[in-house]
Ligand binder design. Structure first.
Ligand SMILES: Cc1cc2nc3c(=O)[nH]c(=O)nc-3n(C[C@H](O)[C@H](O)[C@H](O)COP(=O)(O)OP(=O)(O)OC[C@H]3O[C@@H](n4cnc5c(N)ncnc54)[C@H](O)[C@@H]3O)c2cc1C
Length: 504
């Protein structure tokens, strides 16, 4: 579609086609709104996009996917696709993560809950009761969430309805909302190494230890992996955004690529439209930003008029590091028989949060071999890294630093895959600068993390902002990072916008 074919007045403009933006757009389109999604890149998906190289299809980021279950209410990716009459085939992953941790702590999180607990209790028999109490308490949170429609907590009529339908579940959630997982873990568990393991269980998706990880998010992740399970989309993670974008168009709305928004236009303090890098402008009754809060309020709106609520938010939350990513194509014999899809590797507990400390590994071709040439696999490895490590370098220094970082990662990975060095077929390194450039995220950040211990999720903003008619969606809104979490934020945002437009 060319820009000239696009009507210039819409009900809603969504800036960005990450999963948060696309779920908002498709939900609104399904309710009859005319929606225009503007995406700066060539394809949809943002951090859940993909790229093709030499016969391999690499996921840029996410590959451990929650939300594809077929029951309950927390299967938000299944529901989002369904709302616009599209679907994706998925492949169940029998093990969420294979951990390779300090002091030889080697264990797997099986899809089967009892199998996982038994394996963990075998490592910490003296904590058998505490292990069960902690993870069972996570189920209490999940069971509360999994009975109710997950919509906007900023909508009083919905809150009243849901309270009367599920009073005990609601009271349960209110109790857990201000709590962090670490406090609950320490209530039941004493063993230092087991508490460090629970820190890692949180860190590997929240990028902070258990003490700063909200219990609501921990309850979702630690239970849903055994309930809906981890399921990989056939054809790669990029299929989720591609299919949502197809659904959006089928529902009569529009998406434009290579359409970078440079400014949110306001009149009398209210958001009324957007301006693109091309100079074109579009107007809408409501504007939704799927860019991070830092990008939205400091780049798309005048930085010197940062609303007080955003200043306060920036005191409570800081940017997490970005990632150094190593995308490898390898000969199949690099992988020992029985290798699992997702791994976490750490050699020293003191380095869990350090620059390039914890290593995350995904081998999606173990589930979907079509993503690599025959007889080959993808090994996507990433590790937290700050943009400050990669700035002020000449281009030859930058290339040399990438090369050294790749060598170090391959060396560490050889602990899991001893023949890796001889099996390399393709290699590409992405740095925080790559994440900033291709994902359009300030400093390439993975998202907001609490700058100190906060009251659980209470400080995370919902979708409305201090600027009338402007909403935010995605990982810098409640409930935070992860595809299923940003899908939740999308459902909530669409619900609030639809009520404000009189569509719901
Ligand atoms: C390396 C890595 C691994 C991860 N692994 C997992 C995992 O295994 N499981 C999981 O659930 N989650 C994982 N995540 C997290 C997950 O990918 C993100 O939390 C989620 O995808 C964020 O979605 P979003 O909608 O908030 O934003 P984004 O994905 O950042 O999308 C925002 C979109 O907006 C566009 N945009 C920004 N500014 C503009 C503008 N001015 N104009 C037009 N368009 C704009 C961007 O191009 C982008 O497409 C991972 C993330 C990374 C980086």
């Amino acid at each position: 579609m060319t820009a000239s074919q696009v009507a210039t007045e819409f009900d809603v403009i969504v800036i960005g086609s990450g999963i948060g933006g696309l779920v908002t757009a498709t939900q609104l389109a399904a309710k009859g709104a005319s929606v225009l999604v503007l995406e700066r890149y060539l394809i949809p998906g943002g951090s859940s996009g993909y790229f093709d190289r030499s016969g391999y299809r690499f996921d840029v980021g996410a590959s451990m996917i929650f939300g594809f279950g077929d029951r309950g209410t927390t299967n938000l990716l299944t529901r989002a696709l369904d709302a616009v009459n599209v679907s994706i085939d998925t492949i169940p992953d029998p093990v969420q993560i294979h951990y390779h941790l300090p002091n030889g702590l080697d264990l797997q999180v099986h899809r089967d809950y009892e199998k996982f607990l038994n394996e963990l209790i075998e490592k910490f028999p003296h904590e058998a009761k505490g292990v069960r109490q902690f993870y069972d308490e996570c189920w209490k949170v999940f069971n509360c969430l999994n009975v109710m429609d997950l919509l906007s907590l900023e909508e009083p009529r919905y809150l009243t309805r849901v309270f009367f339908q599920h009073p005990f579940a609601c009271l349960g959630l209110v109790k857990y909302l201000p709590q962090n997982a670490g406090d609950i873990a320490r209530r039941y568990i004493r063993d230092r190494q087991l508490l460090q393991f629970i820190d890692m269980e949180c860190y590997c998706w929240s990028v902070v230890p258990a003490d700063r990880t909200p219990m609501i998010n921990a309850g979702m992740v630690f239970s849903d992996r055994h309930y809906g399970g981890i399921n990989y989309p056939k054809g790669g993670v990029g299929q989720i955004a591609q299919t949502l974008a197809e659904g959006l168009e089928k529902a009569g709305s529009q998406i434009q690529y290579k359409a970078r928004v440079t400014e949110i236009l306001t009149e009398h303090g209210k958001a009324v439209g957007v301006k693109l890098a091309s100079g074109e402008t579009y107007r809408a009754k409501r504007i939704v930003s799927n860019a991070t809060r830092w990008d939205t309020f400091e780049k798309l709106l005048p930085r010197d008029r940062l609303p007080n609520s955003e200043k306060k938010w920036q005191q409570r939350y800081q940017q997490s590091p970005s990632f150094l990513s190593l995308h490898l194509g390898v000969k199949a014999d690099a992988l020992p028989l029985g290798t699992e899809c997702h791994h976490i590797l750490l050699e020293d507990w003191d380095n869990m949060e350090s620059e390039q400390g914890t290593i995350f590994v995904s081998i999606p071709t173990l589930l979907d071999p079509s993503l690599a040439p025959q007889g080959h696999h993808i090994i996507h490895t990433f590790t937290p890294s700050w943009i400050s490590e990669w700035q002020n370098l000449t281009s030859s220094e930058y290339e040399a630093k990438k090369e050294q970082a790749a060598h170090r990662l391959i060396d560490r990975l050889s602990q899991l895959f001893p023949n890796l060095d001889q099996a390399l077929d393709f290699q590409e390194v992405g740095t925080p600068r790559t994440h900033r450039r291709f994902l359009g995220r300030d400093n390439g950040t993975y998202g907001p993390i609490p700058s100190r211990k906060l009251l659980g999720l209470l400080g995370m903003p919902f979708n409305r902002t201090a600027v009338p008619n402007l909403y935010c969606v995605g990982d810098s809104t409640f409930p935070g990072q992860g595809l299923n979490a940003v899908a939740f934020s999308g459902f909530a945002c669409a619900h609030r916008v639809a009520v404000d437009l009189g569509l719901s």
